[in-house]
Each structure stands twice: as structure tokens, then as C-alpha cells.
Design a protein around this ligand. Sequence first.
Ligand SMILES: *Cc1c(COP(=O)(O)O)cnc(C)c1O
Length: 370
Amino acid sequence: MVDLVSQYQKIKTEVDQAILEVISQATFIGGERVKSFKNNLEKYLNVKQVIPCANGTDALQIAFMALGLKPGDEVIVPAFTYVATAEVIALLHLKPILVDVNMDDFNIDVNEIIEAIGPKTKAIVPVHLFGQCANMEEIMKVANQHNLYLVEDNAQAIGSDYYFKNGKTQKAGTISDIGCTSFFPSKNLGCYGDGGAMFTNDEELGKKITMIANHGQSVQYYHDVVGVNSRLDTIQASVLDIKLKHLDEYAVSRRSAADYYDNAFKDHQHIITPFRNKHSSHVFHQYTLRITNGQRDALKEFLSLNQIPCAIYYPLPLYKQKAFAPFCEEVNYLPVTDQLCKEVISLPIHTELSPESQNIIIDKVLSFFK
Ligand SMILES: *Cc1c(COP(=O)(O)O)cnc(C)c1O
């Protein structure tokens, strides 16, 4: 689905040197390189604070710990997302309220949020799925009206621009109280292991998050709150600091690959190409088609037999997962999520994809329908 080896070849000299330097100085945890990446990402995102951590799931968990929610408080999340979003909520004894998404951009449906708000609702988590933003302006209106926290799950949309109606632009993940991201290798900004970060413009929240990620201490061995141990290690920070310089150019490559696919599949009677919403730029973490003739699983099998990588994100809605059943007793039907889980299929998309490779993929997909 991604070609991280070819991507590495282009930055090999710089990356090798940076990693060797960390090893030769034995500065594996913390230090200048982590600070440098933190500062450079703050500048890139135009956000007051970036707090690096060990992975994207930790970022979400720490964000909810920092908001000080109480057991039983409800948090509204889209049902069509990666499990991590809802998992950390359940883990903290909060109640995930899974709601349906839009058929066009696959992001959380604002009307469904409004319907789900009750006396125990404390927060909403928009997930910027597959690389484009949820409708933050509308979601913020709802959050303000009901005095709810907003946490963006930005694991799939780092670098995407959000366009406000008044012409203002802001980077995805920096719009709400706390933004969370993942630097998992295959994400748009990926390291060579695990990594993650939280973003905030709120100084107090920033302090809390920093403390929680570091065993609840701001002075060593004096613990003010119960925290966790979640750090971005120095080797990962070094790699990310180098790759951050290429992030915009990586997005351009992904977008042009998406355009190329779009052109090949447009007007096909059984294929719906990815919708681009007006309020954000799409950084194409995934290129996801909808197959509308009920043959999605057969197509997947056909492509796999023909050595074409493809993937289903996501095959089973969260509310139908065994682990989440206890939280979803009242939910039994989310029509859009259900339909998407049966129709979506993602094709390879990455920074090194050539039109020649795309032609092979496209030919195979089209030949399935002949
Ligand atoms: C990848 C991902 C995460 C979790 O990130 P990890 O670094 O793997 O823990 C959370 N939410 C979404 C939407 C993701 O895609």
C-alpha cells in the first residue's frame, strides 16, 4: 500500500547521518533533536504547543486524561473510524457514543452529533478520515452551544488545510482544544517505528498534557497527577525532523496520484471516486473507492490474486465489534457506516507511486468489471 523503501532512498544520506549521530552520542531519549522537531512542527502547524509522545493512541488517551473527564461522561465519536479513537475513551471509563458519518466525505455527520448530545455529553472527537477534515466550523458551533470539548483525531490528515468561511485557513489538528496525531510509519508523516503528538493553543492544557505524558511530574520525582510514560524517542524525532521538510511535497505527490486514479475511474457505473469537500484540502492518507454493485469483496479477492495490494478500511463498524458491544446497547443501525463498510476499498497511494504502476492497478480494477 505504501513504498517506504523508495522514499527512504531519497533522504538516505541525511537520515543515516542523523541516526548514527544519535547512536554515537547515545542520546536515545529526549535532547536537542526532540526539541528541534517539536519547534519545527509548531512552526509548520502554526500552533502554540506540540507535545510529542509514543504513538497516536497514547496521544488520544493523554488528551482525554488532560480534559479531566469523569467516569461515565459521554464522548461522541464517529462509528466509521480506526478503533483507537473509541478505545481510549472506553479505557478511561468514559462512554463512547458512536454516531453515523456522511456518505460523501466519510466524516462525522454534524446532525448525528446534535441528535446524540445528552446531559452526560462532555466532548466530541471529529476524525479527519483518510486525509480531509470533518466540518469543523459546524462542529465548533455545536460544541460552543453545548459547552463541549473538542479533540481532533488528526492521525490521517496532518498537513491538511482547513478553510473557514471568512477566508481564514488553519492546519488540521490545530482547530480544537487538543489535536492528536500518529507518526506510525505509513501515516503521511511517518517515522521508523512508533510516534505521536498532541497539539494545543491552550497554555494550561499544554502544561497538563506535558505533565501527564511524563508520569504526572513537572519537577522530577514530584508527581502532581497520575500520568503515563509516553515519549517520542530521539531516533524517531530525528527522522521526523527531516521528513517534515518534505511533508508538503509528499502531499502534492499523493494528490496527483489521486487525480490520476480519479480520471481513470470517473463515470464508471460501479465505482465512486473520493469526494473532496470544500472546507479542507485533501492529503490522501488513503485513496478510497466505493464499489456500488455489491462486488467489493470479490474485487478485493481478484486484486489480491493478481498481486495488486488493496485494503478495506474498515470492514466492521465499531458498534458491531465485540469489544464495544457493551457501550452500544442502544445503537443497532447506522445506515451510512454499515453501507460504507460493505462498499469501500482503498488502493495503494504514497509518495513514490508512478503513473506506470498506477496504470497496472487501474487496468486490473477495470478488467474486473468487464
Ligand atoms: C493510526 C491511527 C490512530 C492511532 O495511531 P497509532 O500511532 O497507531 O497508535 C488513531 N486514530 C486514527 C484515525 C488512526 O488512523
